[in-house]
Write a protein that binds this ligand. Structure first.
Ligand code: ADP
Ligand code: MG
Length: 427
């Protein structure tokens, strides 16, 4: 099969790497890709927000299956565009991707199908939202309903913060534009978070693994939020018992509900949960693999990732037989540019990738480019260094040994990735 991977981050590099290893892949192309992906297949420029442009490329290149990495094209209807042209793309339709594209829609689905989640109300006008806040003191969570690049959820520990968040979304500033014109205000949940990655074909599903990411920029969860500084999988907090509960109370009712709504879910369903004292509750759904979690979730799959995505797109997951549990553990350390997530410099020359890979890691590109024949930094998150191992400790040791080899001016990374998981395993 000729495969097109859409996207340009570490997640898409990981997808391209997994696909390139499949005997079913005869040719790989990427759009727009990055310098790491360029080592695996030819890269074509494309606007990922433009479903028609992506489908045009797939048609011109006679692609058999497109795998869509980011949420923006999915929510914009790239899969619908492919299907309308008789082309194949792995991912949810726009109607199904609304589980991520509209938090108001996803909360309504959870309510309708009895999926445990935080109590909530939806608002479109400032006065009613303010009245609600006056009656519901902090801590409380205010969320822009639409896509906001991970910046639209505000956990408010004081009433003043909650009022400010509401003003910013529903007031004149409208800092999230259309995405913030509908707002979900929800109950604050306490607990440990984890993510669960599920490949769905509209009726059947395969759980890949659980994972935990690290959003804060500095060790011990200090400093501002980032796109993710590292992750590990599986997450020890997600025991077999908890996973069984997540299947029965969250995954199955969600998939049945979406099918009943006439929006059968095909693609990766990312279920973000909070493990509360009353059991697992959904924090949010995403309609694609996470970044950086994808980079560790795919290597743990004990099978052919392309075969799985291909079967899911065809509605044939059942034909694959019982999936095996993930083998061992994996970890990713994100190498970032000094100053990230604030302003940072670009164009720093990178060395040491071969030395890192000699330690047994994969160095996945997230923010790089080629300039005058040299690999240079071109983003806040520059690389993800990924390792697998028999245990979480093994995976972390290898990943850190690899991370230490990659050099560029201003490189920094968290030194405590996986600490929570190791502590839980030690108990
Ligand atoms: N109801 C809640 N209670 C406590 N924390 C929450 C709640 N909802 C979200 N959060 C926190 O905010 C983060 C971002 O919220 P999320 O719904 O995942 O939005 P997004 O990823 O789209 O920004 C979560 O990972 C979690 O840490
Ligand atoms: Mg989230």
């Amino acid at each position: 099969m000729k495969i097109l991977v859409v996207g340009s981050g570490g997640r898409e590099h990981a997808i391209a790497l997994a696909v390139s290893k499949s005997p079913k892949c005869s040719e790989l192309i990427c759009a727009p890709g990055n310098p790491g992906m360029a080592n695996l297949g030819k890269c074509f420029p494309v606007d990922v927000a433009d479903p028609k442009a992506i489908a045009d490329l797939a048609q011109a290149e006679h692609v058999d299956l497109a795998i869509i990495g980011p949420e923006i094209p999915l929510v914009a209807g790239v899969v619908d565009e492919f299907r309308a042209r008789g082309l194949r793309a792995f991912g949810p339709t726009a109607g199904a991707a609304a589980l991520e594209g509209s938090k108001a829609f996803s909360k309504d689905i959870m309510k309708k199908y009895n999926v445990p989640t935080a109590a909530y109300e939806t608002f479109t006008d400032l006065a009613s939202a303010k009245k609600f806040l006056a009656e519901h003191p902090a801590p409380i969570v205010v969320k822009a309903s639409g896509l906001a690049a991970g910046k639209g959820a505000v956990v408010c520990m004081t009433d003043a913060e909650a009022n400010e968040a509401i003003e910013e979304m529903l007031g004149e500033k409208a800092i999230f534009g259309e995405s913030g014109k509908t707002v979900v205000i929800e109950e604050f949940m306490e607990g440990e978070e984890a993510s669960i990655f599920v490949v769905c074909d509209g009726k059947d599903y395969v759980i890949l693994t659980s994972a935990q990411d690290h959003k804060r920029v500095f060790d011990d969860d200090k400093g501002p939020n980032t796109g993710g500084m590292g992750a590990y999988a599986p997450a020890p907090v997600v025991t077999d018992e908890l996973l069984a509960e997540v299947k029965a109370k969250i995954i199955e009712p969600t998939l049945k509900g979406m099918a009943a709504e006439g929006k059968p879910y095909t693609g990766v369903l990312y279920v973000g949960i909070m493990v509360t004292s009353k059991g697992p509750k959904v924090v949010e759904y995403n309609c694609r693999l996470g970044d950086p979690e994808c980079q560790i979730v795919l290597p743990l799959y004990d099978g052919d990732v392309l075969e799985l995505f291909d079967a899911a797109e065809k509605g044939e997951i059942a034909k694959l037989g019982t999936p095996k549990p993930p083998k061992g553990s994996a970890a990713i350390i994100v190498l970032a540019s000094a100053g990230y997530p604030g302003s940072y410099e670009k164009g720093k020359v990178v060395t040491g990738i071969d030395a890192a890979e000699a330690k047994g890691v994969s160095v996945l590109h997230a923010g790089t480019k080629m300039a005058d024949g040299k690999l240079v930094t071109n983003g806040g998150r520059v690389f993800g260094v990924v390792a697998s191992g028999a245990t979480l400790q093994d995976a972390l040791d290898t990943a850190y040994a690899g991370a230490a080899e990659v050099k560029f001016d201003g490189v920094f990374y968290r030194k405590d990735i996986g600490k929570k998981g190791l502590a839980r395993l030690a108990k």
